[in-house]
Ligand binder design. Structure first.
Ligand code: AQP
Length: 346
């Protein structure tokens, strides 16, 4: 049987999800169902690299799950789960911690950036989270991982660790034991760069990414914002002192609004620019607000409906955890066995 390649992705529930998460991640994930075997996670363990309020973390996790489902990530057609519910992630992560070197982790530019922002108390998890990410990916023998430029280095590390372990350790058991050549411990994953990697910028500081925890209240559109809030935020979006609507790097605010429109309508930014010839920034803002409201409203309304019935979300959570563990456990067992941990033979 020809098995589909495994594509794995996740979002940290560090806050409620933004328009950036929707356009840059969830929306593009919807195109993966036909071609890939898709795995989508709410990566709550990763959230802890910055301090979290427990109640807010729990709420953000449920809301992320609700948004995933409301946006079309049907749990019957993909593997959908919350990372902390699948203990194999933390288990393999420890092993990866012992395989990665300080030098390798020190080279991660994300650590340099994020640790500068963490002040004097830098959690060790900020240094080691790339190995948790490697475990997330390798547990499911993922072939592809959609990433932005900032995460590409982590996929490289994952590949290096996987190759190192494949070379150093020989699988001891499993259906393939004895076959030549034996199936290696891990599939070597590839970074998948989405074709139109729209990067949505902060509405108040359009040279920075719209982030769910870094942006100011008016800088990010959250997927649970009301129509009124969305309109207000887009109308207040920072532009520049000029008047011409152009898709150009020296007009980051205008470029961002055009990028948002292009991502949500499927139109080309150049065509949008042509349609705005002779019009003012105000027109662009009003139109963008309307397009964003229309895109977010159905997802938000359905997510809110789901959140009223936590029982249904809990069933999705439990079923996702069961299925994920079922897929992850054989990988972990082979790793344990190859490393020399004593395993009772069934
Ligand atoms: N502004 C964005 N534009 C396009 N894509 C974005 N993504 C996030 N922000 C934008 C995509 O969402 C996915 C998951 O993100 P994450 O939460 O795991 O990490 P992140 O990129 O650090 O997201 P945030 O929102 O900036 O989180 P915080 O503020 O908590 O650090 C990724 O696919 C990412 O590309």
């Amino acid at each position: 049987m020809n098995r589909k390649a495994v594509m794995l992705s996740g979002i940290k529930p560090t806050n409620f999800l933004t328009l950036g998460n929707s356009i840059g991640a969830i929306k593009s994930w919807l195109n993966l169902f036909e071609t890939y075997d898709p795995i989508f996670m709410v990566v709550d363990l990763h959230s802890l690299t910055v301090p979290q309020d427990p109640e807010k973390l729990r709420e953000a996790t449920y809301r992320s799950l609700a948004v995933y489902v409301a946006a079309g990530l049907d749990p019957k057609r993909c593997l959908l789960f919350v990372q902390s519910q699948v203990p194999e992630h933390a288990q393999l992560s420890w092993i990866m911690n012992c395989m990665a070197t300080m030098g390798e982790l020190n080279r991660m530019t994300q650590f340099k950036d994020k640790s500068e922002r963490a002040g004097s108390h830098i959690p060790a998890g900020l240094f080691t989270y790339p190995v948790l990410m490697a475990a997330d990916i390798l547990l499911y023998q993922a072939n592809w991982v959609p990433v932005g430029a900032d995460q590409k280095q982590h996929i490289e590390l994952t590949r290096d660790l996987a190759i190192r372990m494949n070379n150093r350790f020989t699988p001891q058991e499993g259906p393939e034991a004895g076959a030549t050549p034996k199936k290696p411990l891990f599939t070597i994953p590839e970074p998948y760069i989405p074709p139109v990697g729209a990067r949505i910028m902060d509405l108040q500081e359009p040279t920075n990414k719209m982030g769910k925890s870094d942006s100011s209240e008016n800088g990010a559109v959250y997927l649970f914002d009301s129509d009124k809030d969305i309109e207000r935020k887009l109308k207040r979006a920072v532009t520049d002192s000029g008047t011409e609507i152009a898709f150009s790097d020296d007009k980051p605010g205008i470029q961002n609004l055009l990028t948002i429109q292009a991502a949500l309508t499927g139109k080309k930014p150049q065509d949008l620019v042509a349609a705005y010839a002779g019009k003012q920034y105000g027109h662009l803002k009003v139109d963008t607000a309307e397009i964003v409201v229309q895109a977010i409203r159905p997802v938000r309304d359905e997510a809110e409906r789901l959140l009223k019935d936590r029982g249904e979300l809990d069933r999705i959570l439990a079923e996702g955890a069961r299925r994920a563990s079922e897929r992850a456990a054989p990988t972990l067992r082979r790793v344990y066995d190859a490393l020399g941990f004593a395993l009772p033979r069934a």
